[in-house]
Design a protein around this ligand. Structure first.
Ligand code: ADP
Length: 458
């Protein structure tokens, strides 16, 4: 943050070039209780509408998001460094999916009637009140979108505190929704962890947070005394298990794509790869070949598939993990070096083990670590030897066997011969330290509502 003469500004830096690309005024901490009060006042009218009415208010935003997808994508790419087509794709994904998402939320929150011989009951999904949505920078449009839309349709008013790394694009996103929403129903709050914390401590009823495990713990502690509801989508250390009968081309293609996409800054990036020792060599050869075909550079240049780290701080963290692993005996098969500016070369480390930080802590960078196993039981033990449990993948030609391995991995989402993302309607859910509450799909949408049971005698 920098203090200009008039008001402190949050300045956004292009991580590929180091240039300042714009700024927004920081929200004063002292003003946050007032903003929350205004959101509470606005909630009375907003919460009095039906789910379907609220969905109709938001529906026309899809066309506006679509019309602005290129501009939003360009801004997101400049602000966080992801390749331009991916950033535009993220904006289009939000726009194209909105209508279906609204229908899914309305259906998920419909009344449910339960009757027995004596009593007829109706389960209602009522608003919770005021929601704080605190989001990270790695999907600077999708993360706010997935938090804000279900919260609003459920009848809550929302204060959105986007990451300090990507405020400009979140500001533009909120402006578009606010073309349609009544005043104070969606209020952006700009700042860093101090503003986030002030929101959590303010008079809010629900906190929806996506970010690091450490920040998640702080939020939970701050929310505890007020018994505030929390939805925490935290980090991961996703394993990929490559069985001896796996299609090695497919497994290597997945490993490279899912380790290096968004420069590894994805909560379900593949960070640990366990490969059967019998297929280790051919698998690694394929990974190295595919990695050498990646093009790293300015994310707005055509053909670039790997951009920079979002910030110098993030780069330093990733480089420290790589350097420590190399010093402890890891073999570098690709990359391994830090480049100019915020760039880290896509890196493959072999001969790693769980004594190394790079196999224990979330890396959130373009680093794929490969460890061989001798038995399937060993692979499962290693995959589960982590406090995290977000996503996982198992590759093997015998799908029944791969499925049995998948079922023994303690993660919220496990893919068999694919990534961890489920079919439409499945929640985004973490196990162990990766999550506390969850979102998306009917089960996820219901977490934004207060269940109320109204009963009468028959
Ligand atoms: P990242 O490594 O993705 O920046 P963080 O968990 O630090 O992960 O940040 C995610 C979001 O949480 C950001 O919007 C950040 O400003 C916010 N944040 C950081 N610290 C706190 C806190 N103590 N309370 C609430 N929000 C916080």
């Amino acid at each position: 943050m920098s203090a200009s003469a008039s008001h402190p500004q949050l300045v956004s830096i292009d991580p590929a070039t180091g240039e300042a690309i714009g700024s927004v005024p920081v929200t004063a901490i002292e003003s946050i209780p007032r903003l929350v009060f205004q959101a509470r006042e606005a909630q009375r009218g907003w919460g009095a509408l039906t789910h379907a009415q609220r969905a109709e208010v938001l529906r026309p935003a899809a066309a506006r998001l679509k019309a602005e997808a290129r501009r939003l994508g360009e801004l997101a790419s400049r602000e966080m460094g992801k390749p331009l087509p991916e950033a535009i794709g993220e904006a289009n994904y939000c726009a194209d999916g909105l209508a279906g998402e609204l229908d899914e939320i309305v259906a998920a929150l419909a009344d449910v009637v339960r009757e027995d011989a004596r009593v007829a009951s109706t389960l209602r999904h009522a608003p919770l009140g005021v929601c704080a949505a605190i989001t990270p920078w790695n999907f600077p449009l999708l993360m706010p979108h997935q938090s804000v839309i279900p919260a609003l349709v459920a009848g809550n008013t929302v204060l959105l505190k986007p990451s300090e790394e990507t405020t400009l694009v979140a500001c533009e996103y909120a402006k578009i929704l606010n073309e349609f929403l009544p005043p104070s129903v969606l209020t952006p709050v700009f700042g860093d962890g101090a503003q986030g914390r002030a929101l959590v401590l303010a008079d809010v009823n629900l906190i929806v947070f996506t970010g690091s495990r450490e920040t998640g713990k702080r939020i939970l502690a701050d929310a505890g005394p007020g018994l505030k509801r929390v939805i925490l989508e935290l980090g991961g250390k996703d394993p990929l298990v490559v069985l001896d009968d796996a299609d090695l081309d497919a497994a290597a293609a997945f490993a490279v794509r899912n380790s290096f996409r968004n420069a590894g800054q994805v909560c379900v990036s593949t960070e640990r790869i366990y490969v059967d020792a019998r297929v280790r060599e051919p698998f690694l050869r394929r990974m190295v070949e595919r990695t050498s075909a990646l093009k790293q550079g300015n994310p707005r240049e055509s053909g670039v598939t790997v951009g920079p780290m979002v910030s110098a701080r993030q780069k330093a963290k990733v480089v420290a993990q790589i350097d420590a692993a190399i010093a402890a005996g890891a073999t570098v098969l690709a990359g391994g070096e830090s480049r100019e500016g915020n760039f880290v070369a896509p890196t493959i480390l072999a001969d790693v083990d769980h004594s190394m930080e790079v196999m224990r802590e979330e890396t959130f960078g373009p680093v794929a670590c490969v460890q061989a196993f001798a038995t399937v039981d060993e692979a499962i033990r290693l995959a589960n030897d982590t406090p995290f449990g977000l996503g996982a993948a198992v590759f093997g030609a015998d799908v029944a066997r791969a499925g049995e391995v998948a079922a023994r991995i303690h993660a919220g989402m496990v893919g068999i011969n694919q990534g961890c993302g489920g079919a439409d309607g499945c929640p985004w859910v973490g196990a162990k330290d990766s999550g506390y509450g969850f979102h998306s799909g009917p089960e996820g949408h219901r977490q934004f509502a207060q269940v109320r049971v109204l009963s009468r005698p028959k």
